[in-house]
Design a binder for this molecule. Sequence first.
Ligand code: ADP
Length: 260
Amino acid sequence: MTTTTDTTQPLVHAVNVTKAFHGNEVLKGIDMDVRKGEVVCLLGPSGSGKTTFLRCINQLETIDGGRIWVDGDLMGFDDRGGTLHHLTDRQVAAQRRDIGMVFQRFNLFPHMTAIQNVMEAPIQVKGGRKSQVKERALELLGSVGLADKCQAYPAQLSGGQQQRVAIARALAMEPKLMLFDEPTSALDPELVGEVLRVMRDLAKNGMTMIVVTHEMGFAREVADRVVFMDGGVVVEQGPPSEVIDNPQHQRTKTFLSRMR
Ligand code: ADP
């Protein structure tokens, strides 16, 4: 695969990805393609490998087998010249820069204000000009509804507000792809909606997103495709109207009946 000129090429192309922890194989050959602009929700019972797969895309875990390409770049390897070489840590960091990730726990820097959190990576990693980075950070905080909280520290913000800052922070690096790992599951129920709303807006604006979630309403409404995983394999996938409303496999049916 080469770079971005081929518009038919999926943004994420994962082939036969395997991963084990201490001999326990948690990904047993995952194939997944995600097109540019597509929103894919990963559903499945706890322990089915959803988070691990997301972390593999971002190289927070190294895969044991298979290959993952993001926008034509083979993750973790240099595949030019016929032989595969592991990338250096610096090259891996460069690949990771194009991918935004939002975790269950917000992981903001506690000693920095909201705007400092959003500005940190563009300045440190990209070496952006401070005035420009600040302008963009203000814009991003505005887009997640937090224009008035720029100077607040994480401890002064609700969980929902912190998660929205975390989303703005990820977007500040202008990612090609956003990965969300159960972004609302640590939130009080009344704060879930405001975070989902921001994610819905992002999807509407064309961001390519892979979202691990238990929010069936969100998946039904926003996902172009739902992928149901269980036991380290993809059991079934398709539009939400098929997978959620008319699942074919018993494992999917059982999972969904427990969610209701
Ligand atoms: P899910 O996101 O579907 O709940 P995970 O990917 O978090 O599933 O976990 C899949 C399996 O991998 C679980 O059995 C989990 O305990 C195991 N696992 C995940 N990360 C690690 C790790 N760093 N070390 C050991 N086992 C892990």
